[in-house]
Design a protein around this ligand. Structure first.
Ligand code: CTP
Length: 421
């Protein structure tokens, strides 16, 4: 697993060097990011030598040569976004204020906003700075937002004062890392099959029917599920996207190929998420040769494709099946109909005509409908965040399913015992 360790400018910065070693002993790959003021206290070279990775110091410079370099900035963002956890130790009052307010004026603050990974901060500062209402308000804000705060220890501080402000001990920080990662790997042991993207149905060797799906939503779910510990297979129609790290990608083109790929993997999967925009119709005959232009109007005969979701969900035996519903009107009504018609456990519905939702944008506005009648209407958020919320719902429904199965088994065993008396 990959941890990005943000080091900010405090006397305790040297303790972060030891932390790198301890994290490595726990088999984490550590990517260090240093702020400008951290470099006044300790050199990037120390961290580069310890972590065996380039240290990221600036948003727009190469790691070593200091030249403005957009490519390296993009690369760094990509590397950092692959992180499973962002840990900032030591965290100064300044970085806490910037995180709390969403200021993004260097690499670390930009990463905080750009990443969807869990965040831990281990503050260290002068006791008065720690006790200041501004810092305490920022801490409260960050906690409310789900950031884990490893509170500083009390003791002698570098400034000569006594009180809270000393960076928490290594063991305490490591325990927070383990517990946060454990909580975020709630799909460990699950085998997740996801479909994404459009399908292409050939008219002749050069023409085809397709739709506007970019695949972004399904890919975001695949990436998030892999991060949360699942074994993920992504069956994708043609998209411009790269298969996320740790995900097995299977490329298909047509609805028929997607159907076959899903059928081949359905039995091994415990959770199936169908985010693909599968063609409902395909040309009844696909011409072997390019069709020639003529003067007369022509009609294209279409035949329906198999509803992959409805077919596999018919006999799902303990598997959790999630469908998507792309609607242009009557979203809730249509989604509820799909929930029962397709025998799905959850339907993620969106109005694809709403601004900030649907095709080819990075945001989405969805409502998650479930069999138990709970509707989760989410505001506009990034597809990465939507993916996390969908997985939260999956984990919730799965836990309820497993509890029911457990109770059923217990009742069954009790009945058997009873009848044998
Ligand atoms: N789906 C599928 N196979 C198809 C069509 C759709 O597996 N041939 C799945 C999609 O992946 C999605 C869900 O069914 O999870 C609903 O897709 P959508 O296009 O909204 O619904 P349709 O069933 O096609 O109904 P309609 O187009 O009439 O709204």
């Amino acid at each position: 697993m990959r941890i990005t360790l943000g080091v900010t400018g405090g006397v305790a910065a040297y303790k972060a060097a030891e932390l790198v070693r301890r994290l490595q002993q726990d088999n984490f790959t550590v990517q260090v990011v240093m702020t400008r003021s951290a470099r006044e206290f300790i050199t990037p070279l120390t961290f580069a030598a310890l972590s065996g990775q380039k240290v990221i110091t600036d948003l727009f410079s190469g790691a070593e040569n200091g030249e403005a370099n957009l490519e390296s900035a993009i690369e760094h963002i990509a590397v950092a976004q692959r992180t499973d956890l962002l840990l900032v130790a030591p965290a100064t009052a300044d970085i806490l204020a910037k995180f709390a307010r969403g200021i993004a004026d260097d690499f670390l603050t930009t990463l905080y906003l750009a990443s969807t990974a869990p965040v831990i901060v281990a503050p260290a500062m002068n006791v008065n700075m720690w006790n200041h209402a501004a810092t305490q308000e920022n801490i409260r804000l960050l906690r409310d937002r789900g950031v884990t705060v490893v509170t500083p220890d009390e003791g002698y501080l570098a400034c000569g004062m006594i009180g809270p402000g000393r960076l928490a001990g290594q063991e305490e920080i490591l325990a927070a890392v383990r517990s946060v990662l454990h909580a975020h790997r709630d799909l460990q042991g699950e085998t997740v099959l996801i479909t994404a993207g459009p399908t292409c149905e050939d008219i002749d060797p050069v023409r085809y029917i397709t739709n506007r799906s970019s695949g972004k939503m399904g890919y975001a779910v695949a990436e998030a599920a892999a991060r949360r510990g699942a074994k993920v297979t992504l069956v994708s129609g043609p998209t411009a996207l790269e298969t996320p790290a740790g995900v097995t990608g299977i490329d298909v083109r047509t609805a028929a190929e997607m159907h076959a790929a899903v059928l081949a993997r359905f039995a091994q999967s415990s959770i199936v998420i169908m985010a693909a925009a599968v063609a409902d119709y395909r040309p009844a005959v696909s011409a072997g040769k390019k069709m020639k232009r003529g003067k007369e109007p022509i009609a294209l005969q279409l035949e329906s494709t198999t509803d992959i979701l409805a077919e596999v969900a018919r006999d799902k035996r303990g598997r959790l099946v999630v469908g998507f519903a792309a609607e242009t009107d009557n979203v809730a009504e249509n989604a509820r109909k799909k929930l029962s018609a397709k025998n799905a456990d959850l339907i993620v519905a969106n109005d694809v005509t709403a601004e900030g939702a649907g095709f080819d944008v990075d945001t989405n506005i969805v409502t998650i409908f479930s069999r138990d009648g709970r509707d989760v209407a989410l505001p506009k958020m990034t597809k990465a965040e939507v993916a996390q919320r969908i997985l939260d719902e999956i984990v919730r429904v799965r836990a309820a399913q497993q509890k029911n199965a457990g109770e059923l088994a217990e009742a069954f065993n009790a009945a058997i015992k009873e009848s044998s008396h």
